[in-house]
Design a protein around this ligand. Structure first.
Ligand code: KG4
Ligand code: ZN
Length: 327
């Protein structure tokens, strides 16, 4: 069995995964959303302190599996430096105490493998990762053959929902709150410009849309009845930007399988828009289970199993955190 730890942002999670079958034996996550909600976003130092409290509490609950552990896997990149350290330090202590190898997992690879929790892997596939930190298209051939085709030049898709919610005083995380508010709104009320619509590049940008939304919120001058139309129009353009760029991608590439992963892949409007886009290309859409879209340790454990089989271990001195991903 492998014990895996996730602490790259605001979720403290630990999982135990069976190596031979990839069966998830234990998974517990303590989310910090409530604590960060008052600030409208994640406060790194507060997040680190909460991880330091939560991780040992969860670890206590899986002590019975310690004699069966063959390795410990931990998110080491990318993420907030002060929170990654909490998980990596704990993982190192476990590795020393139990005399087992340590595996450093890339959180983005974790999101890709959230598709395969308790399942066999199926490659090749093209993946759209939409989370609070990333908006990225990747072609995945195997565990080690992952090529990034496009990424955001500034804010991420999920972050733009968080910032829109913050402007409206709704709380954090903004994604589910904006999705809910947008349900009753007019998607065409505000004609926000689609980011990079004239650029031939397949790349993403959300800072311009964020500023356009800010102006609309300011214009509403505290009249909250206007927020649902702003939310609906924002969600529409945020998703249209993704589908327009993916359309360009499909002009030259014909993936048989397309996946959406990451916390923001829970967005139902995005899912429906991408389903429409894929229809003429006859590409199959695969998604992670809803409970594994946002950050969790089960996905880190699933990668850990594959890395264990390939003996991709780190030495204790070598394994360090890297806030920025190489992917
Ligand atoms: O993957 P995740 O849990 O953490 C990161 O690795 O960043 O993603 C969290 C992000 C947040 O920005 C949150 O607002 C967004 O995912 N999110 C959504 C929805 N649910 C979560 N964004 C849009 N629509 C949603 N339904
Ligand atoms: Zn994530």
């Amino acid at each position: 069995m492998i014990l895996s730890i996730e602490s790259s942002c605001d979720d403290s999670a630990i999982a135990i995964t069976e190596i031979e079958t990839s069966k998830l034996i234990f998974h517990k996550k303590i989310s910090q959303e409530l604590e960060h909600s008052v600030y409208g976003g994640v406060v790194p130092e507060l997040a680190a302190r909460l991880h330091a409290e939560a991780l040992p509490k969860i670890l206590e609950q899986c002590e019975e599996y310690f004699p069966l552990l063959k390795a410990v896997a931990v998110t080491s990149t990318p993420g907030l430096a002060v929170t990654l350290v909490e998980g990596v330090t704990m993982a190192k202590a476990i590795a020393v105490a139990l005399n087992i190898p340590i595996i450093g997992v890339n959180h983005l690879v974790g999101h890709i493998y959230s598709l395969f929790i308790e399942k066999k892997t199926t490659f090749p596939l093209t993946v759209l990762l939409v989370s609070g930190g990333h908006t990225q298209v990747m072609e995945v051939k195997s565990l080690t053959k992952i090529e990034t085709i496009a990424k955001s030049m500034d804010d991420s898709f999920g972050e733009s929902f968080d910032k829109t919610a913050k402007m409206m005083g709704l709380g954090y995380p903004g994604g589910p709150l904006i999705q809910e508010l947008a349900k009753g709104g007019d998607r065409l009320k505000h004609n926000f410009t689609v980011p990079l619509h004239q650029s031939p590049l397949i790349a993403f940008s959300y800072s311009g849309l964020k500023n356009a939304v800010r102006l609309a919120v300011q214009k509403a001058d505290g009249d909250k009845s206007q927020y649902k139309d702003i939310a609906a129009s924002f969600e529409h353009i945020a998703c249209k930007h993704l589908t327009m760029k993916l359309k360009k991608y499909f002009k030259t590439q014909r993936p048989k399988t397309f996946a959406i992963v990451g916390g923001a892949s829970a967005n139902l409007y995005l899912r429906s828009q991408i389903e429409e886009l894929l229809k003429p290309h006859k590409a199959e859409l695969i998604l992670s289970e809803l409970r594994y879209c946002s950050d969790n340790a089960a996905m880190i454990g699933r990668v850990g199993v594959e890395m264990y089989k390939e003996k991709m271990f780190s030495s204790l001195d070598e394994l360090d955190i890297a806030p920025r991903s190489l992917l």
